[in-house]
Design a binder for this molecule. Structure first.
Ligand SMILES: Cc1cc2nc3c(=O)[nH]c(=O)nc-3n(C[C@H](O)[C@H](O)[C@H](O)COP(=O)(O)O)c2cc1C
Length: 205
């Protein structure tokens, strides 16, 4: 029997709690063992944008039998703080400027930042679903630093080429990319398959 995939999810205080909820639900649906850490501002976003009281794991996973392990953000001695904890990747979704900066500089004052830095030092996949706009030079430099260190910056930046009909479709466009980046299979409608019929760019008038 093969071992289930194990993914760490971090939720920080950037807008886009719906991305986190859909990501966790899809990971659980795919049979992944999810380890979750939520920053205080991440918890505020869950409240403000999803109307959630505390960190409601069943609501995040979309089912009661979720098996999601919640780690307290202050518990820097938790299993996920150690390089000896084997996992298949970490997704920070959404990722604030603040957490991007901490990860870029290796400052690990909470468990989320520690787990992200350990993921990098162990050469495992770290995906940062960053949300802020516009970008200042500091964010651009921090993105360069984490990319050089091996992370993937995957902005919360949905494409429109699948002709979305709802906010859920837009959320799925981003979540599908996040799942692809940690190698988790999904059936979200995110894949570009063909060119629009009858389009001839060279006949532009
Ligand atoms: C409602 C709300 C929305 C926010 N949205 C963003 C955002 O989209 N991007 C961002 O970088 N910071 C955003 N912030 C600010 C961060 O939450 C703040 O910088 C915080 O220190 C981030 O801490 P964390 O990275 O530990 O979660 C928002 C704050 C609030 C209260």
């Amino acid at each position: 029997m093969s071992t289930p995939q194990r993914i760490i999810v971090g939720i920080t205080g950037a807008s886009g709690a719906a991305y986190a909820q859909r990501t966790i639900a899809c990971l659980v649906e795919a049979g992944v063992e999810v380890h979750l850490v939520v920053s205080p501002l991440g918890q505020r976003l869950l409240h403000d944008e999803l109307g959630m009281e505390g960190v409601d794991l069943a609501a995040l996973a979309g089912r009661e039998d979720h098996g999601v392990v919640l780690h307290h953000y202050r518990d820097v001695g938790a299993s996920i703080a150690s390089g000896s904890f084997k996992h298949d990747g970490m997704i920070v979704v959404p990722c604030s400027n603040n957490s991007l900066a901490s990860i870029a500089t290796g400052v690990s004052n909470n468990l989320l930042h520690r787990a992200a830095n350990v993921t990098l030092k162990e050469r495992r996949r770290l995906v940062l679903c960053h949300r802020e706009t516009p970008l200042g030079l500091i964010e651009v430099r921090n993105m360069a630093a984490v990319t050089e260190a091996g992370a993937v910056v995957c902005p919360a930046n949905p494409g429109f080429y699948m002709l979305p009909e709802s906010v859920d479709d837009l959320v799925d466009m981003v979540v599908g990319r996040l799942l692809d980046l940690v190698g988790v299979p999904h059936a979200l409608r995110t894949r570009w398959a063909q060119s629009p019929a009858n389009f001839r760019g060279d006949e532009n008038k």
